[in-house]
Write a protein that binds this ligand. Structure first.
Ligand SMILES: Nc1nc2c(ncn2[C@@H]2O[C@H](COP(=O)(O)OP(=O)(O)OP(=O)(O)O)[C@@H](O)[C@H]2O)c(=O)[nH]1
Length: 856
C-alpha cells in the first residue's frame, strides 16, 4: 500500500481537511497538516474507523483515485508537517535543516583596497563566520517563514514579519486605508510631515504630551481625562521650556525693562481655551488668539521655529506659543470622512464568508510565468503579447474543484513590490516559477526575497518538466540555499513539478494552492461596503478612466460611490475578467470599473462611500494634501547618517539592507558580518543579496521595505540612480568590506564620524581604444554626464561592476591637455597604471568632499 497524505484521504472520505485533522488527533494520530503522510497502519485504522458509519451510507474507501494519487507520493514518513490546522499548532517541530552541501564559500582575492588602511582585517572574521554559519539564509522564524505554513497568519492582511514602514504608514494614512492591510503601528509619523519642527529640546518636552496623548487617545472615556492631564502637561512644558536658558537667549537677557518677561513664571491660564485640530496654520492660530501673525511668527522664531504665515504647526507647538500669551489650547481631532473610512467597525464574525485566495506568479524572465497562467486559464495570452513578454498586470479568476482562485498576472515581482511600496498588499500566495532546465536565476532569488519581505507564502512551480534536460532535483537543491526546502526533503515548502506546455502537474499545483488557501482560512464580509485595491488603471479613449480593481472586502455594486486615491466617482459599469458585465463584485473578485473621475494609481485603495459628496470631498482633500506634501520634506527614510537618532526615537528596530556585490562570496561575507552586528536594540536584517549592478528593482525593494543598499564593487545603473534619488534610498558604495561593516557598526552606535563622502563629477563612455607603444591604452571617450576633470579620481565600470579605480594619467581634447571636459564633448584619456580599458566601459570621475554629520 502506498503511503497516503492526509488531504488525499480526506478527499476520499469526503471530509474537510481541518475537520479530518481534528478527528485524527482525537484518534491519537498525530498529524498537523493536510500534507502530512500517514503510515500504512494508520491509514488502515482510519479507514476502519470511518467505514463504521460510512458503510451504511455506502461510501467506498480506497478507490482507483487513491492509487493514482499515491503514485506521486514520496516514500518515507516525515515526522512533521507543514500546515497547522489551528492556532495551537504554531509551534511546529522544526523541520530538518536544509542540505548544506551547496554553499559557496567566499572571499578570494579581495579587490583593490581604496580607503581602508587595514582592509584585510575583515577577512578572517568573515571566513570564520562562513564556517560557523553556512550559506543558507537563516531560517525565517516559524511564524514569518516563507514556506506554505504561513497562511495561518492571513498573509494578505497581516504581514507579521513586516514592521511598519513610515512610507506605508503614510500612504495608508493618505488613502484612508483601514488598519487591516497595512498594520498601522503607533509611530510618530505626523511629526515629520508637520513642518516646521520644533527644535529637538522643545520637542523632547512636547513629546511627553504626545506620548500621553497617543496612549490616552484610543478610548472615549480617556478623552475627557486627557483634557485635565493636558492642562497639567501644558504647564509643565511651559515651565520646562521657560527654564531652558539655551532655548531662550533673548529672554535671559531680559532685564526689568523687557516686556513679556513679567508674564512668567508662573503662567496664568486666564481665558477660554482656543480650539484647534492636530495642526494649525500660523494665520489660523493668530486669528484664534486674536494676535497678529507677525507676533506669532516672532514667538515661533524665539522657539527656534522658522515658519511662514501659511505654514502648519503642530498642536504641541501651537500649545507652547499660546501658553506664552497665557492661553490654553484644546485639541479637537475632527474625524473627517476620510478618517471615518479607516475607522469602520470590525466585521461581525457571523458575517464572514470564505473568500478565494489571491495568487501572484513570479519568477525569472522566460521561466514560463505567462505560459503557466495561460495553461491554468486554458487561453492563449502568450501568443498575443508583444514579443511574448508580459505587458501588464491583469487579474483573472479560475475555478478548480468548485473553488475559485484569483490570479494576478504580474510580470514578475517588480510590479508586486511597486504596489507594496504604495502600501497595497493584495497577494495571499506567491507562485515561484523556476524552469527545471535553467534552475535558480538572479530574478528567482529576487522574487523569493520580495515575497519574503512581504511575508507572503511561496509555492514553487518547477516548470518545463517536459524538457529533456529538466532537472527538478537541481532546482530543489539550489532553492535550499535560499531557505526554501522541499517538504519531501524535510522542509516546509510546497514544490510542484509542472509543464505549462503539456499541462503536466497543473492540477496538482492548483490543488496545492487550494490547500494552502484552505489552511489560511481566508475570509471577508460580503455584506459590508466594498473596498479593495486598484490593480491597474488606464485612460481609455472611448470609456474614460478604466480601473481594474480587486475587491478585498465587502461587495462593490454598480451605482456605488467610490473613492480611490485622488480619484472618485460612481461605478457606471463593471466587467469581469472575461469582459462580461457584472452588477456586483464580491471579495477576491477582480473587475474593471468605469466611472472614475480620473485615472487612479495602481496600488491605491478604493472605498465605497455613502454619497457622491463624500467621495468628492475626500478625493479633493487628498489632492490638496498631496500637493502640500510635495512641498514638504521627504519621508523619513532609514539612512546610516541618522540611524542612531531613529533607533533612539524608536522609529527603527531593524536595519534592513540589500547587498549587491561583484561576486557571491562578498555578498555572503558582508551578509554574515553585518547580521552579526545585530544588538538587542536593533537587528540587522539583510533582505536581499545579489551579484551585479544595483538596479531599479533593488531600489524599489529598498523603498518598499525601508532598507538601505550596500554596494560592494558595484554601481547603480542609470535608472537606479534616478530612482534612488527620487525615492530617497540610502545607497552606500564600498570598495572595502571592512569599511562597510565599520560604517554600519558606527551608525548603529551613533558614532558615524564626519567623513569624506564621494561626489560623482561625471561619466564618460569609452567609444574607442588605441594602444600606443610606451604610452599604453588611450580611450576615446564621450562625456555623457557632468564632467571629467584631470585631477579627479576615476573608476572603470564594466556592466555595472567596478573593474578598476585609480587616477587619470592624461586628459586631452584633440592634442591639447585640458583640465576638464564637460558633457557632450569628446576627449581622450589614459589611466595611470591601467591599460585594460575596453570599448563600452564607463569612466566615472569622482572627488571626495567633507560631509558634516549631525550629532545624534
Ligand atoms: N518546453 C516548454 N517550454 C515552455 C514551458 N513554459 C514556457 N515555455 C516557453 O518558455 C518561453 C517563455 O515563456 P513565458 O511564459 O513567456 O515566460 P515568462 O516567464 O512569462 O516570461 P516574461 O513574460 O518575459 O517574463 C516561451 O517560449 C514558452 O513557450 C514549458 O512548460 N515547457
Amino acid at each position: 500500500m502506498v503511503k497516503k497524505r492526509v488531504h488525499e484521504l480526506a478527499k476520499e472520505l469526503n471530509i474537510e481537511n481541518k475537520e479530518f485533522i481534528k478527528k485524527l488527533n482525537e484518534m491519537g494520530i498525530e498529524v498537523k497538516s493536510p500534507l502530512s503522510t500517514l503510515e500504512d497502519a494508520e491509514t488502515d485504522r482510519i479507514l476502519k474507523e470511518w467505514k463504521k458509519p460510512a458503510a451504511k451510507s455506502g461510501k467506498g474507501s480506497d478507490g482507483a483515485r487513491g492509487k493514482k494519487k499515491g503514485q506521486k507520493q514520496h516514500h518515507g514518513r516525515r515526522p512533521e508537517s507543514r500546515f497547522d490546522p489551528g492556532p495551537g499548532l504554531v509551534d511546529r517541530v522544526p523541520s530538518r535543516p536544509p542540505d548544506r552541501r551547496f554553499q559557496e564559500r567566499p572571499i578570494k582575492g579581495e579587490p583593490p583596497q581604496f580607503r581602508s588602511p587595514q582592509p584585510v582585517k575583515a577577512e578572517p572574521a568573515q571566513t570564520g563566520a562562513a564556517v560557523q554559519q553556512p550559506g543558507h539564509p537563516p531560517r525565517p522564524e516559524k511564524a514569518a517563514g516563507p514556506g506554505a505554513q504561513r497562511p495561518q497568519q492571513k498573509p494578505a492582511s497581516a504581514p507579521v514579519s513586516q514592521p511598519p514602514r513610515g512610507r506605508e504608514e503614510h500612504a495608508a494614512r493618505a488613502k484612508g486605508e483601514p488598519a487591516a492591510p497595512v498594520r498601522q503601528p503607533a509611530r510618530q509619523w505626523p511629526d515629520h510631515l508637520k513642518v516646521p519642527r520644533v527644535p529637538q529640546e522643545i520637542k523632547a518636552v512636547s513629546e511627553k504630551v504626545r506620548a500621553e496623548k497617543t496612549r490616552g487617545e484610543r478610548g472615549k472615556q480617556e478623552k475627557q481625562q486627557r483634557q485635565g492631564g493636558r492642562d497639567q502637561e501644558r504647564k509643565k512644558i511651559l515651565e520646562e521650556t521657560v527654564a531652558d536658558r539655551k532655548l531662550r537667549p533673548a529672554r535671559k537677557k531680559g532685564a526689568a525693562g523687557q516686556e513679556r518677561t513679567e508674564a512668567r513664571p508662573p503662567v496664568v491660564v486666564e481665558k477660554k481655551p482656543i480650539v484647534i485640530g492636530e495642526s494649525v496654520t500660523v494665520q489660523e492660530l493668530a486669528e484664534k488668539m486674536k494676535k497678529s501673525p507677525a507676533d506669532i511668527i516672532k514667538r515661533l522664531m524665539m522657539l527656534g521655529v522658522l515658519a511662514t504665515i501659511n505654514q502648519e504647526i503642530d498642536a504641541d507647538t501651537a500649545g507652547i506659543v499660546a501658553a506664552e500669551y497665557g492661553l490654553e489650547v484644546e485639541v479637537k481631532v475632527e474625524l473627517d470622512a476620510e478618517a471615518l473610512l479607516t475607522q469602520e467597525a470590525e466585521d461581525d464574525p457571523a458575517d464572514l464568508a470564505p473568500r478565494p485566495c489571491v495568487v501572484t506568479v513570479m519568477g525569472h524572465v522566460d521561466h514560463g510565468k505567462t505560459s503557466l497562467l495561460d495553461a491554468i486559464r486554458q487561453t492563449n495570452v502568450t501568443a498575443t503579447e508583444a514579443g511574448g513578454i508580459t505587458q501588464h498586470i491583469g487579474a483573472y479568476q479560475i475555478e478548480h474543484n468548485n473553488k475559485k482562485i484569483t490570479f494576478l498576472d504580474t510580470p514578475g515581482h517588480e510590479a508586486f513590490t511597486a504596489m507594496r511600496a504604495r502600501g497595497a498588499q493584495v497577494t495571499d500566495i506567491a507562485i515561484l516559477v523556476v524552469a527545471a532546465d535553467d534552475g535558480v536565476m538572479p530574478q528567482t532569488v529576487e522574487a523569493i526575497n520580495h515575497a519574503r519581505a512581504a511575508g507572503v507564502p511561496i509555492i514553487v512551480a518547477i516548470n518545463k518538466m517536459d524538457k529533456p534536460d529538466a532537472n527538478p532535483d537541481r532546482v530543489k537543491q539550489q532553492l535550499t540555499e535560499y531557505g526554501l526546502v522541499a517538504e519531501e526533503w524535510g522542509g516546509d515548502t510546497v514544490m510542484v513539478p509542472v509543464s505549462a506546455k503539456t499541462r503536466q502537474g497543473i492540477e496538482d499545483l492548483l490543488e496545492m494552492i487550494l490547500l494552502v488557501a484552505e489552511m489560511a482560512d481566508l475570509k471577508a464580509n460580503p455584506k459590508r461596503a466594498g473596498r479593495g485595491t486598484v490593480i491597474e488603471a488606464e485612460l481609455d479613449k472611448g470609456r474614460g478612466p478604466v480601473a481594474t480593481v480587486l475587491v478585498q472586502n465587502g461587495t462593490l455594486t454598480v451605482g456605488d460611490n467610490v473613492v480611490a486615491g485622488t480619484a472618485w466617482g460612481r461605478v457606471r459599469a463593471m466587467m469581469d475578467y472575461r469582459g462580461r458585465r457584472v452588477k456586483k463584485a464580491v471579495p477576491s473578485m477582480p473587475v474593471e470599473v468605469l466611472g472614475f473621475s480620473e485615472v487612479p494609481q495602481a496600488g491605491d485603495m478604493f472605498y465605497v462611500v455613502p454619497d457622491e459628496k463624500t467621495a468628492r470631498s475626500i478625493a479633493e482633500k487628498r489632492a490638496n494634501r498631496k500637493r502640500e506634501e510635495e512641498f514638504k520634506a521627504a519621508m523619513p527614510r532609514v539612512s546610516l547618517d541618522d540611524l542612531f537618532k531613529q533607533i533612539k526615537e524608536g522609529q527603527v528596530k531593524e536595519l534592513r539592507a540589500i547587498i549587491k556585490a561583484d561576486v557571491q562570496g562578498s555578498v555572503e561575507a558582508l551578509k554574515q558580518s553585518l547580521e552579526r552586528l545585530s544588538t538587542d536594540e536593533v537587528k540587522v536584517n539583510i533582505i536581499h543579496g545579489g551579484v551585479g549592478a544595483i538596479t531599479e528593482t533593488d531600489i524599489m525593494l529598498a523603498s518598499a521595505s525601508n532598507a538601505i543598499i550596500i554596494g560592494f564593487n558595484v554601481r547603480p545603473d542609470v535608472n537606479a540612480r534616478g530612482v534612488a534619488e527620487r525615492e530617497k534610498v540610502d545607497v552606500r558604495l564600498y570598495r572595502v568590506i571592512y569599511d562597510a561593516i565599520e560604517d554600519v557598526k558606527a551608525a548603529m552606535s551613533g558614532l558615524l564620524e564626519p567623513e569624506y563622502r564621494e561626489v560623482v563629477l561625471g561619466r564618460a563612455e569609452v567609444r574607442k581604444t588605441f594602444k600606443i607603444s610606451k604610452v599604453g591604452t588611450i580611450a576615446g571617450c564621450y562625456v555623457t554626464e557632468g564632467k571629467i576633470t584631470r585631477d579627479a579620481g576615476v573608476r572603470v565600470i564594466r556592466d555595472g561592476i567596478v573593474v578598476h579605480e585609480g587616477k587619470l594619467d592624461s586628459l586631452k581634447r584633440f592634442k591639447d591637455d585640458v583640465r576638464e571636459v564637460v558633457q557632450g564633448y569628446e576627449c581622450g584619456l589614459a589611466l595611470e597604471k591601467y591599460n585594460e580599458i575596453r570599448e563600452g566601459d564607463v569612466i566615472e570621475a569622482f572627488t571626495t568632499e567633507a560631509v558634516k554629520r549631525e550629532l545624534a
